[in-house]
Design a protein around this ligand. Sequence first.
Ligand code: HSE
Length: 432
Amino acid sequence: MRQIGVGLLGLGNVGSGVVRLLAENAEAIEDRLGAQLVVRAIAVRAPDKPRAVDVDPALVTTDAGAVIDRDDVDIVCELVGGETDARDYVLRAIDRGKHVVTANKALLAVHGEEVFTAAERRGVDVYYEAAVCAGVPIIRALREGLASDRIESVYGIVNGTSNFILTRMAEEGAPFDEVVRAAQEAGYAEADPSFDVDGIDAAHKLAILTMLCFGTSVALSDIYIEDIRSLSPVDFAFADRFGYVIKPLAIARAHDDGLELRVHPTMVPKSWLLASVPGANNALYVRSYALGPSMYYGAGAGMMPTAVAAVSDLIEVSRNVLANAAGHLPLRSYARMPNRPVRDIGRLDTPYYMRFGVLDRPGVLGQLTTVLGDHQISIAQVVQEGPREPERPVRVVVLTHAARESNVRHALAQVAKLASVVEPAQIIRIAQ
Ligand code: HSE
């Protein structure tokens, strides 16, 4: 039986999962592929580190370049993560005429153009299903399943750690720091959770989704990104009371004059399917012209879910190798498509939740609502809560109708100058 050689770069969590899946599903993979997928060599940084899987020590080396350059390696599977070394390895693999499978969203979000252009020139494949929502086959769905349709918008929960934290905060009424510690203990959050909770990981994934859905390459600086750190238990209680759930959304929407791209905590109506996606799960809700809504859901992180995506890519690339058909699928999803401009966040038009801390004095509510009205912000509901005590702030929560973000920002700057407003306002955008 014909063999396809795989050079593995990285034997951490995902790399170990790939080795395990290749071994445990070997028979099914052979049946599907009509060939064997064989790991020829594995590059690691620390050979003596304990691993989640047993591998033949003769396969292991610290020399990634030597793995890439082996004549019997057809596909390089890059699972080292990060941007710098991974970029060098992937470009070297492409230069040597090797196909690449990667799980590296940061690499593709930052250096995607360089990597894809090099691969197209060299006539090799770069597959990256594991980079977005792990084993949930969203890249295939967008690139192949919806190739006939025109995508209008995607609303995604693409970061499991943030979703886990916000789910716990909603369920337990616990503050952010306490839940992050619990998430770290449960193995969901990293020791330094910044990448996840600051929205960077989600923005990397949104950049890849934007390329797939709209044929547009964007820089991270084109995406409006907000962290989830400032959310307080009281916001979850108000969200529940008004019929919403707070979710960490990544949103891309096409407008006639450009793309709307944003990552931030969002109040999602409880009736939406996305509101019911719990814990560390991921989901993507896609609206397209002909199909209408479709939704993709599942585990977006972890050893075996991520390995499923990487090994399925190894199978797909092997099929291309066997059929001499590398490059038959455009790597970016579009053979050609002019980049669309990205809209400034100031042009966003959406309803808002606004929480103010004010002194309970006569006329304060009037001042607040006057400023909002002066900025064309129409109020849908107002609630005031808290005991009336001298010089102790009470909470005023305002839900608005759809308003312009630039108007909201100007209004909030003016509200902050009011003498009776004694706490910074908390703003959460409401999905519509
Ligand atoms: N850290 C990511 C998450 C998984 O929490 O979803 C890998 O992208």
